[in-house]
Design a binder for this molecule. Sequence first.
Ligand code: IVH
Length: 693
Amino acid sequence: MNKDLFAHVTLSDEITQLRAQIHRLDHGYYVLDAPLASDADYDALMSRLRLLESQHPALITLDSPTQRVSGQAQNSFAPVVHLQAMRSLDNAFSDDDVRDFWQRIVGILPQAEPIFCAEPKLDGLAVSLTYENGIFVQAATRGDGVTGEDVTLNVRSIRNIPLKLMSDNPPERIEIRGEVVMPRAAFDALNARQRASGDKVFANPRNAAAGSLRQLDPQTTASRHLQFFAYAIGDIAPPNIPLSGTEFVYFASQWLLLQSLRQWGFSIAKEVRQLEGIAALLTYWQQLGEQRAQLAYDIDGVVYKLDKIAQQQQLGFTAKYPRWAIAHKFPAQEVWTKLLAIDIQVGRTGALTPVARLEPVAVGGVMVSNATLHNADEIARKDIHLGDTVVVRRAGDVIPEVVCVVEQLRPDAAVVFIMPDACPVCGSAVIQEADKSVHRCSGGLYCPAQKQRALEHFVSRKAMDISGLGGKVLEQLIDAKLVNHPDDLYRLTREQVLTCERMADKSATNLLNAIEKSKNTSLPRFIFALGIPEVGEVTAQSLARHFLTLDALMQASEQQLQQVNDVGVVVAMHVHQFFAQTHNQAVIAGLLAAGIHWSAMEVIQAATNSPFAGKTVVLTGTLSSMSRDEAKHLLTLAGAKVSGSVSAKTHLLIAGEAAGSKAEKASALGVEIWQESEFLAALETLHSSHTQE
Ligand code: IVH
């Protein structure tokens, strides 16, 4: 034998084996959902095959796994005439419609109780795949049922479609019909990517699947993670295939056809069942309807197909539909209706949420008259005008949502929506943070919509620390209109407190004592208690230390606020806006009038019982809560002498992040070392011990 020829034979054998192996792994991974090899092993096989094919391009075949994404972008999609027309199904919208369908069939086939194959009605796009001698050669969309579009290159990239039928005895030519769907997880991921890149988001997985199939570049389709589920065949040649030992008779019944398709390597919807009796069909519909929200893909109903092919042939077709099958639809999850108005709801954190008021309409079997619009950006992105006809969707248990506008139905009088600049509940100014889509009411203390939450925060342990005022008690006081704003707490009488459920004499006394005791507080606590957006405990401390008095803080401009450690543009804006609201000013005045007081910051900082008094302290490393200068300033106020280097005279080293040689030296000299947290704790103790005196 010629040596070269011999080399060639083994090479082509290796290529064939590699392809067979990769096909088997693809089938395990994408069809059976059971990976048979590690990613690394799979990649190694693929690289080897790519290498061999690049060295011997003449050996590349159409069904090679390397040809899934061929990379050439197209200009358009050529028309394809289906060898057998792709029909659609008649619809049943009620149990009675299904009973009528059943009666018609039983009337024609009186001799037998018919068996049905029940399948989910996948909400995607019907396509027809042509295989010649077992090799995938063409894919076409349904089009008008007679002529579709050639989407071969795109469909080839769908990984759960076999490029070669797993059969030793495939028909010479066969059209395999099924649905291309985008699983919900892939849909969510795609929309997240689209949103991030500022591209158009898709209204639902069906539109996304359709858009992905009509991409001119197969690379894009490949990135969309589409799936194909087979449920029928079209033309087959020759029509009567002799059976091989292992294959099913794909003409005997729909059920066996599905098993054949599964054997050939296709994904079949897991939910298919063989059923007998109309009650079983209706139960199937009911159960699948309940599982609908949990399925990996969207379905819009179920399909009942008379199972025996011989019986199907007996019934035949009407002008449009098969008489032997029907689609039993679920109540629509997506409907069109009129947008009457956009109301604004103010949440407990002050966030303003626009809510669509809709002409009432049934969605997914439930009447819907409101739907969330999320925020102003979302309204702008969807270009929603007042007066528009909108698409409303309710997927599973999810709250109804306005998906998009039906632009062609926009009336001339439709107007653009504008977010109000005053809170619709309390009239305080509405602010929008830069880079954030949320609009917020700035009347934190005053706004009734935020009352309960603002009060819960106000009384919390790290704020005014009023124990005995848990959520339930507070709720009753609010409901009874005894407390509207925090200053009302300080006017509560014993009689009023006793009107609360389960409030005994003793607990009333405790509560009134706690309220009284809370009047003696500290400036940082008081600032924190106000519940200014973005102002937590640490920021409240920084603000107090910096401005020393409440007055100075209330008067500060945004620029002055930004001088404070840790206070950036956003925090400065919130603080400034908060104190600018006359409503908030009134509540603060009420609180001070009620007797809330604190020791002056300077007094605290000059504390004599300070752990720092008379100590030589060295700072090293980076502190996360304040600058080196500020730490030095505070230590000095607390009576320390701050030194730059460690020596035998050093009493204490405060070590921030990445403390280096100073920390080593201190530890060698046996100097006490504190982490930043211990330093902060000591500062906090200083404040509280002085406020309680
Ligand atoms: S059988 C002659 N089975 O529904 C019957 N169709 O209205 C051919 N569909 O165009 C269709 N799931 O896009 C069939 N399990 C299923 C289906 C299904 C979804 C779609 C398909 C078809 C439409 C018919």
